[in-house]
Design a protein around this ligand. Structure first.
Ligand code: SF4
Length: 284
């Protein structure tokens, strides 16, 4: 019978667990509750929270219009001006920005007093938008090796480089090597979260040996997408699903498979991992 290997690092990381637990605790207390953006990139969790009465605010205008209740600022973090706006308005808020993200805010705030900031990450990701919003002047965002090759730094400037916490470590190193050759004065602060690194390393190790790999995560989640890329590069038969239902619909073909690996993005709740695992074992 085929062996099923479930990654030990699969599922919620420390920062996401902390944010989700706090949100459900507050929801159970009653009263008006909002989250600024979905609490995590997982539709199932967002739906469960909305059933408890939490409302997702999508824009800064909506956030500004809140006149009562509590707003949760999620683990991705927000710009400095959002915090200032809430403080000024006296809005009640609970900031569950992951401490690892908060550290990047502190680094760029301090460093941007004298240096130019380069953020390695996806410019459209809310975490990167938040980090950008702590720089005292506009930062450059580099998301690929091509971006790094094209980048021209102003002569005589010093640079500080940070990364989105969920960025792929290998790609980060490649980009940093290119930047080091181009820029005279550069301070690299590796801000990739250990949870992400461990997660990616374990997924790579399992995928290398697996005949089939299943990555569970929301397609909107950056770290789930990266896990999928890592697994797909090592295992042709890699499935990317959000729920057990999606796997059932896609049809899991276990023919000729001796090892089936399962991992899940940092925003995937445990119960979904359990369901998928049980289903896979039943199929064997
Ligand atoms: S991946 Fe790391 S930085 Fe991001 S929320 Fe989780 S623990 Fe925090």
């Amino acid at each position: 019978m085929a062996e099923v290997i479930v990654a030990k690092t699969a599922g919620f990381c420390f920062g996401v667990r902390r944010a989700v637990d706090k949100a459900f605790d507050l929801a159970s207390e009653g009263g008006k509750l909002y989250t600024y953006g979905p609490i995590i990139h997982n539709d199932e969790v967002v739906k469960a929270l909305s059933e408890k009465g939490a409302v997702v605010l999508s824009t800064e205008e909506e956030l500004e219009a809140v006149s009562e209740g509590t707003v949760i600022l999620r683990s991705h973090g927000v710009s400095r001006h959002v915090i200032e706006m809430l403080d000024k308005k006296g809005t009640d808020y609970v900031d569950v920005t992951c401490p690892f993200v908060k550290r990047i805010h502190d680094v760029v705030y301090e460093e941007s007093a004298e240096n130019e900031i380069i953020i390695i990450g996806n410019p459209d990701h809310p975490e990167v938008e938040g980090i950008r919003g702590w720089c005292r002047h506009d930062a450059t965002v580099i998301s690929s090796v091509d971006d790094a090759l094209e980048f021209v730094g102003e002569d005589g400037k010093s640079f500080c480089v940070v990364s989105q916490t969920t960025f792929n470590y290998k790609k980060f190193q490649e980009i940093v090597e290119i930047l080091k050759k181009k820029l005279y004065s550069i301070n690299i602060v590796n801000t990739i979260c250990n949870a992400t690194r461990d997660h990616q390393a374990e997924a790579a190790e399992i995928a290398e040996a697996a005949d089939i790999m299943i990555v569970i995560g929301d397609k909107k989640s950056s770290n789930s997408g990266k896990l999928y890329d890592i697994c797909r590069a090592r295992c042709d038969r890699t499935y990317f699903i959000q729920t057990l239902q999606e796997l059932e619909e896609e049809g899991l073909d276990t023919e000729g498979a001796d090892k089936i690996g399962i991992t899940a993005g940092a925003s995937t709740p445990n119960y979904i991992i359990e369901e998928v695992q049980k289903y896979v074992r039943r199929k064997l």
